[in-house]
Design a protein around this ligand. Structure first.
Ligand SMILES: Cc1cc2nc3c(=O)[nH]c(=O)nc-3n(C[C@H](O)[C@H](O)[C@H](O)COP(=O)(O)O)c2cc1C
Length: 173
């Protein structure tokens, strides 16, 4: 099978990670995948923050848990690393460009043998003051919103593939 198709078919949402940290090279590759995503009108008004520090990642998860009224067990599935995908607020293509970048990160992670999971909650609470303070400290520009984040690390437990819905494709010839 074609290498890209292999990664597309192998990608799963990982929800259990080991403590092993990503190498700096792995993180750099994932960020490179992000910046090479397509963007509406080529604007690229995004910003990516790679967190390759388990303590700082957990600190962010705790702030999200508090703001989103989640339990103490909320911890980005124990992932030691994350990438926060941000975009200049009020830009027409923000969610589209940001989501394209997220998918690039997920596929690149799979191709490196890493686990990944799209995390939605940071987006919901990125304007809550304690969360925003942390985001600012981690390098998110003030006028940028969060599109999503990706939990990253080594897979502790494989996720079985979800069956794909039938009847969602039409080909016209
Ligand atoms: C927009 C979006 C938001 C998501 N948010 C979360 C999330 O917050 N937590 C989570 O565990 N999975 C999240 N996911 C992952 C989906 O649950 C997952 O992709 C889906 O169940 C299919 O499983 P698969 O990724 O293993 O193929 C999200 C996926 C998308 C596209």
């Amino acid at each position: 099978m074609n290498e890209v198709m292999k990664a597309i078919r192998a990608r799963r949402s990982t929800r259990a990670f080991t403590d092993e940290q990503l190498t700096r090279e792995e993180m750099d590759t994932l960020l490179e995948a992000a910046v090479w995503a397509p963007s509406g009108m080529g604007k690229q008004l995004w910003h990516f923050v790679g967190i390759r520090n388990a303590e700082k990642n957990l600190e962010l998860a705790r702030a999200v848990a508090e703001a989103d009224h989640r339990g103490p067990e909320y911890n980005f599935y124990g992932a030691p690393a994350s990438i926060i995908v941000c975009y200049k607020a009020d830009e027409m293509h923000a969610y589209l460009d940001g989501s394209a970048a997220i998918e690039n990160i997920l596929l690149a992670a799979t191709s490196l043998g890493l686990g990944s999971c799209w995390i939605n909650q940071l987006r919901n609470v990125c304007y809550e003051l304690p969360v925003r303070k942390l985001l600012t400290a981690y390098g998110v520009p003030e006028d940028y919103m969060v599109i999503g984040s990706v939990a990253l690390g080594h897979i502790a437990k494989e996720t079985p593939a979800k069956a794909r819905r039938e009847g969602t494709v039409t080909v016209i010839e």
